[in-house]
Write a protein that binds this ligand. Structure first.
Ligand code: PSU
Ligand code: MN
Length: 300
């Protein structure tokens, strides 16, 4: 796969300086409503730079796979998009998609070609509830396991089967780390009640353990900041109702996420969107700290 890198990102990777890759789905209309999406992008970019790393937004623009966008291109990822998972990247090139919004799996594939070691997102895809019937397991998990990259997230999407998601990550050999925390976070809330494999308390620990691995990726989970978390019981109720509605009315596949997220937004009186922004920014900040430590190791 050919990836066009911005000059800034190419130079930083060449010199082993810290770089953090970002996906574009969360910033598009598929991820967050306008104008919160623009604010999320702005806050993530700023905090990565303030921590001493270079941000590298991934996307397909006009049929070209990109790592690192120019400032005048940022507006293009805030609008309507075709969702591009890793498997879609080739078709996005062949059909010259105007904007392919990269998911976690696509971003990791692009970051790997670009030589970037750290990737920040909001929530990863995972094993869906009822997957024993539908077989719905996000390609994100395979990509996290396959590429030699640290993925930083606040857990998985709010309405997945988190216990099965953790089991799957164990099966494919991904170390799931908790950032100053013993629990697998549940996106809008700090804990799912499920333990992570290992707690880590510094970026240096994450960087060292990642570089000491035999193969594949590391998943670093960062709980949403305390002040921004939502009420778990209220969330459980909305999610159950929304998923039942999807099943009854035939909303399936890619339609499910936007529907459930909209319901969560209504039920929390709009508090889910600021929570999403806060966790995305927080993940970007932690990812930048990890990138700084990895760069220290790589520069010897
Ligand atoms: N988390 C959310 N909303 C999203 C996503 C994650 O709260 O829209 C996106 C991410 O881009 C992730 C993708 O990579 O959904 C996973 O999609 P799927 O379950 O179709 O693999
Ligand atoms: Mn799926």
């Amino acid at each position: 796969m050919k990836v066009l890198m911005s000059d800034e990102v190419r130079d930083a990777v060449r010199d082993h300086r810290p770089v953090v890759a970002l996906e574009s789905t969360i910033f598009s209309h598929l991820g967050l409503p306008s104008p919160a999406n623009a604010e999320a992008l702005d806050r993530c970019l700023k905090v990565i730079r303030a921590t001493g790393a270079v941000p590298a937004i991934t996307a397909v623009l006009d049929g070209t796979v990109r790592a690192g966008l120019e400032p005048d291109e940022h507006e293009r990822i805030l609008g309507a998009a075709h969702k591009a998972a890793e498997r879609d990247l080739g078709v996005a090139v062949a059909q010259r998609w105007a904007f392919g919004a990269t998911t976690v799996s696509a971003s990791l594939a692009i970051a790997a070609v670009a030589g970037i070691s750290v990737f920040a997102t909001g929530g990863i895809g995972g094993v869906h509830r009822g997957s024993e019937v539908t077989g719905d397991v996000s390609a994100d998990l395979d990509a996290i396991g396959r590429y030699d990259i640290v993925t930083v997230c606040a857990g998985a999407k709010a309405f997945l089967d988190l216990a099965r998601t953790l089991e799957h990550l164990e099966t494919i050999g991904v170390p799931v780390l908790g950032w100053c925390h013993d629990w697998f976070p549940a996106f809008y809330t700090r804990t799912s009640g499920l333990r992570v494999a290992h707690r880590v308390d510094s970026a240096a620990e994450v960087a060292t353990s990642h570089r000491a691995r035999s193969r594949g990726g590391t998943l670093l989970t960062v709980p949403i900041p305390e002040a921004d978390q939502l009420d778990q019981q209220a969330l459980d109720q909305v999610v159950d109702q929304a998923l039942r509605h999807c099943a009854q009315t035939g909303i399936t596949g890619p339609g499910v996420t936007p529907f459930v997220l909209a319901r969560i937004g209504e039920a929390t009186a709009g508090r889910s969107v600021p929570a999403n922004l806060a966790l995305a920014e927080n993940n970007a900040a932690v990812a930048a700290q990890v990138a700084v430590e990895i760069s220290r190791i790589d520069r010897g």
